[in-house]
Ligand binder design. Structure first.
Ligand SMILES: *Cc1c(COP(=O)(O)O)cnc(C)c1O
Length: 456
C-alpha cells in the first residue's frame, strides 16, 4: 500500500478553533506580526515546535497512573533508569527536568573559561550553556550542509577534517568534550551517519577527549541510518541506536522530542567520578538523583515513550509523512530544504520571496502570510533570529532565511498535512504581492521571541 496512514487510532480529541481570514488579520496585527505573541488557541495548525508537543499513547497515560511519587528510590525511577540503560547503554543515568538542565550540569563540571567545544551544529541552548560558563562553542558542519538543494543523505554530518584540525591545534587541554547532535536540529533536522559517528569517536579517543551525543532525535536518526546507510537495512532501530551510543562516552537528552514527553530529560555518562560531581549539582538545582526535576509519573511516561519511539511502523510513518510534504512542495517548484529531514520542513524564504531583501526579513513575512492564509504557525530561522550581533548591535543577513514548520509527533493527521500544503501553495500563488517587514521594537538578546514588527 502506498497511502501513508497513522499507525494508531484516536480515542481522545482536542478541538481546533477555526477562524476567518479577517479574524486572523486582526489577531496577527494585535500580536505585532510576531507569531510567538499569538494565543495558542488562535492557531489552527501549530508547527512552532516539536518539543513537548507530542501526543502520548494510552500505554503512557496508563503508566502515569502507576507513577510512584516516593521521594527516594521510587519504582518509577528504576523503570526509567533500566529503560535508558537498555537503549543508550551508559552506566550512569541522571534525570533532569528537560534537556537544557542536562547541558547545564554537564558543562558546569566539564567546561572552563578557555574551553572550546566542537559540535556538528550546536543547538541554541547548548551554545548558551557553554557560553554561560565561559567556553566557546564551535560549529563544524559538513560541506554538503551548505547546499539547501542537494540530496546528500547525511547532511547532518560533522566535518571530520575540520575536527582533526581543531584537535591538533588545541588538544585535550582546551577541548574538554566533543559533541555531535543527532539529528542536526539547527542544521535542518538532517541525520548523521554511523560512519561519521565512528570517525568522531576515533578522533576523540585518539586524543583522549570524551565524546558526547546530543541525543534528542536519536530514533529518527537511527531510522535514517537504516534507510540511507549501507549495511543497516535489516537492523532494528534499537540495535542501530545501541551501536550509535556504543561509540560515545555519554549523552544529553531532551525527552520532549523523541520520547513523546511533555517534559523531561536526562544526562548519561560512563564515568562514575564525573557522575558523582554531576549528582552534587543535580541535588542543588534539580532534585534528588532518583527523580531529577521530574515527577514519578513523568519518569513512567518517558520509559514507555522511549520504547514506542523505536517502533519501526511509527518511524516509517513519521519520516514518510515529513517526506510527503517536502516532495509535494518540490513538485510545485516551491523552494524547500532537501532532502526531507525528520521533524520539520524548512521553506527557503529568501528564494520564496526574492523581492524581499534579508534585512527586511523574508522568513518573518512568510510566517505572517501563512498565519493569515490558514492559521498555521511556524518559526523564522534566519535574519530575525541570528542577524543581530548582541555585543556590537550591528545587523547583517543570516546564512539562510528559512521558515521552519516543525511537526509535533502523532498530533496531526495526513489531512492536516494536506491542509498545510494547500495553504503554502496559495501563498506561493500570490508571493509577488508580499512585502517585507521591519522591526519596531526588540530586545538585544533572543529578540525573535518578543520583537514587534510592521510592514515596511
Ligand atoms: C530541544 C533541544 C535541546 C534542549 O532541550 P530542552 O528539553 O528544550 O531543554 C538540546 N538540543 C537539541 C538538539 C534540541 O533539539
Amino acid at each position: 500500500m502506498k497511502t501513508i496512514i497513522e499507525p494508531f487510532r484516536i480515542k481522545m480529541i482536542e478541538p481546533i478553533k477555526l477562524t476567518t481570514r479577517e479574524q486572523r488579520e486582526q489577531m496577527i496585527r494585535a500580536a505585532h506580526y510576531n507569531p510567538f505573541r499569538l494565543r495558542a488557541e488562535d492557531v489552527v495548525i501549530d508547527l512552532l515546535t516539536d518539543s513537548g508537543t507530542s501526543a502520548m499513547s494510552s500505554e503512557a497515560w496508563g503508566a502515569m497512573m502507576r507513577g510512584d511519587e516516593s521521594y527516594a528510590g521510587a519504582r518509577s525511577w528504576y523503570r526509567f533508569r533500566d529503560t535508558v540503560k537498555d537503549i543508550f547503554g551508559f552506566k550512569q543515568v541522571i534525570p533532569t527536568h528537560q534537556g537544557r538542565a542536562a547541558e547545564h550540569i554537564l558543562f558546569g563540571v566539564m567546561v572552563k573559561p578557555d574551553s572550546i567545544v566542537p559540535n556538528n551544529t550546536h543547538f541554541d541552548t547548548t551554545r548558551g550553556n557553554i557560553e554561560f560558563v565561559g567556553g566557546t562553542p564551535v560549529d563544524l558542519p559538513c560541506v554538503e550542509a551548505d547546499d539547501l538543494d542537494s540530496d546528500a543523505p547525511f547532511k547532518g554530518n560533522m566535518n571530520i577534517e575540520a575536527l582533526e584540525k581543531l584537535v591538533a591545534e588545541h588538544g585535550p587541554q582546551r577541548i574538554p568534550v566533543i559533541m555531535v547532535t543527532i539529528t542536526n536540529n539547527s542544521g535542518g533536522g538532517q541525520p548523521v551517519s554511523m560512519a561519521n559517528i565512528r570517525e568522531i569517536s576515533r578522533v576523540a579517543r585518539s586524543a583522549g577527549i570524551p565524546f558526547y551525543i546530543d541525543a534528542c532525535r536519536f530514533a529518527e536518526n537511527a531510522h535514517f541510518i537504516k534507510h540511507r546507510e549501507k549495511g543497516f537495512a535489516d537492523s532494528a532501530p534499537i540495535d542501530i541506536a545501541r551501536e550509535m551510543f556504543s561509540y560515545a562516552d555519554g549523552c544529553t537528552m531532551s525527552a520532549k522530542k523523541d520520547s513523546f514527553g511533555n517534559i523531561g530529560g536526562f544526562l548519561c555518562t560512563n564515568d562514575a567520578e564525573l557522575a558523582h560531581k554531576e549528582r552534587n549539582i543535580l541535588i542543588m538545582t534539580e532534585g534528588f538523583p532518583t527523580y531529577g526535576g521530574l515527577a514519578g509519573r513523568d519518569l513512567e511516561a518517558i520509559a514507555v515513550g522511549l520504547r514506542e519511539t523505536l517502533d519501526e511502523h511509527y518511524l516509517d510513518y513519521r519520516l514518510l509523512s515529513t517526506r510527503y510534504v517536502v516532495e509535494r512542495l518540490r513538485e510545485s517548484g516551491i523552494p524547500v530544504m532537501a532532502p526531507a529531514g525528520g521533524h520539520a520542513v524548512y521553506l527557503d524564504a529568501r528564494r520564496f520571496l526574492p523581492q524581499i531583501e534579508p534585512l527586511q526579513y523574508p522568513g518573518q513575512s512568510l510566517s505572517v502570510e501563512l498565519y493569515i492564509e490558514a492559521g498555521i504557525r511556524a518559526v523564522e530561522i534566519g535574519t530575525v533570529m541570528f542577524g543581530l550581533d548582541a555585543h556590537t548591535g550591528e545587523e547583517s543577513p543570516a546564512r539562510h532565511d528559512l521558515l521552519r514548520l516543525a511537526i509535533p509527533r502523532r498530533v496531526y493527521t495526513q489531512s492536516h498535512m494536506d491542509y498545510v500544503l494547500e495553504a503554502i501553495n496559495l501563498v506561493w500563488g500570490r508571493r509577488e504581492q508580499i512585502r517585507g517587514m521591519k522591526i519596531v521594537k526588540a530586545p538585544r538578546f533572543l529578540r525573535h521571541f518578543t520583537a514587534h514588527f510592521d510592514y515596511v
